[in-house]
Design a protein around this ligand. Structure first.
Ligand SMILES: Nc1nc2c(c(=O)[nH]1)N[C@H]1C(S)=C(S)[C@@H](COP(=O)(O)O)O[C@H]1N2
Ligand SMILES: [Mo]
Length: 369
């Protein structure tokens, strides 16, 4: 049966206190200094996240000596190149425009679901958002830079800095990319987000956007691009953003893992019986979603959801499922996604020391009257 409701299954939602309260219109706070906030559940029902509700994840205070004005911003391009130079905002505007819909997820999203719990920001489901980004391909910038043949990585520096943890040396936010990812035409230096100039929260005037990778790669307030002949070993590269398993193995965090969630109805909703429309999103690093399935019996049997709306390589895919008629009583529903490369969302997240890539199926509880 296909779903007729367009989004949130509102007709079925019984009037509980939860549903009559005004919808939250601001981020769900996680921390104030540095500023961290999740996209509120009400905004996780839309394919594009409105800019003011796009999650924010800063490691440091906002850049201090800071003029985010487009007329004066310069990006230093240096390192293993024959012609170190400064790139102005206008230089970027003169390069071909590239526009891409990209879902960005923080590597720590859903950290609070891990058992046993791990330290760090206890993110719920909202450290993920989607925007249409416009900018210049980094490849076009690198083409004019004349890289030395032994170059292996490109390093990106944000204009923000501080102590990443008490006692550690003051440093900028620094992340590197392998040359092949940096040279991919879809890796962009973005200056627009959903058709508007970037705001300071999201990296004004320019940030990197690395589609398909967890958010840490998309360096905000980009002020320096350095070509390296040796792999970068900085704090946010080899100490943080590393998946460290219980057995001591480790690997760097890179592409987003296949994942889905149910955004409507809300967890713990009380609903009238009949057909209940379930909907949500599914995404996976650099591949498209092939299938989303739902189970109401703890994973014994699965039914396929309808995929709808835009389907692009780097953005999440909306899905709907008409479930019913649902019997009275308490139900636990789970969703799982599969991508076009055959990766399937696991039932349980794999525990790791720093709580990254938490993508296990999550349970939605519903009571049907
Ligand atoms: N300069 C700078 N860039 C940064 C960060 C940062 O703290 N400083 N945080 C990174 C992380 S961990 C994430 S998840 C994304 C979040 O981008 P957003 O705040 O626009 O959602 O930015 C990344 N880029
Ligand atoms: Mo992040």
């Amino acid at each position: 049966m296909s779903c007729t409701c367009s989004r949130a299954g509102s007709p079925e939602i019984a009037k509980s206190n939860q549903e009559t309260r005004p919808k939250i219109r601001t981020l769900k706070p996680v921390d104030e200094d540095p500023m961290i906030g999740e996209t509120p559940p009400s905004a996780l029902n839309s394919w594009l996240t409105p800019n003011p509700l796009f999650y924010i994840r800063n490691h440091f205070p906002f850049p201090s000596v800071f003029d985010p004005s487009e007329s004066t911003w310069e990006i230093a391009v240096d390192g293993a190149i024959s012609n170190p130079h400064e790139l102005r905002f206008d230089d970027l505007l003169n390069l071909p425009r590239r526009t891409l819909a990209v879902t960005m997820e923080c590597a720590g999203n859903n950290r609070r679901d891990l058992e046993p719990t791990v330290p760090g920001n206890q993110f719920d489901t909202g450290a993920v958002s989607t925007a249409v980004w416009t900018g210049a391909s980094l490849a076009d910038v690198l083409r004019t830079a004349d890289l030395e043949p032994e170059s292996v990585e490109i390093l990106f520096e944000g204009a923000d800095s501080g102590e990443p943890e008490p006692g550690k040396e003051i440093q900028s936010y620094l992340r590197s990319l392998p040359i092949e990812i940096a040279r991919h035409p879809d890796t962009i230096i973005a200056y627009e987000m959903n058709g508007e100039p970037l705001t300071v929260e999201h990296g004004a005037p320019v940030r990197l956007v690395v589609p398909g990778w967890y958010g840490m790669a998309s360096v905000k307030w980009l002020q320096r691009i350095t070509v390296l002949t040796k792999p970068f070993k900085g704090y946010f590269q080899t100490y943080k953003y590393v998946v460290r398993y219980q057995n001591g193995n480790e690997r760097p965090v890179r592409e987003m893992q296949v994942k889905s969630f149910i955004s409507s109805p809300r967890h713990k909703s009380i609903l009238k019986g009949g057909a209940i429309c379930l909907s949500g999103f599914a995404w996976s690093g650099r591949s498209e979603i092939d299938q989303v399935e739902l189970s109401a019996d703890g994973g014994h049997s699965w039914e396929s959801a309808d995929l709808l709306g835009p389907s692009t390589r780097y953005s999440w895919q909306q899905w709907n499922y008409s479930w019913g008629p649902a019997k009275r009583g308490h139900h636990t529903i789970i969703s799982r996604a599969r991508d076009t490369r055959g990766n399937v969302q696991p039932m349980r997240s794999v525990w790791n020391e720093l709580g990254y890539e938490v993508n296990g199926a999550t349970s939605l509880c519903l009571d049907v009257l």
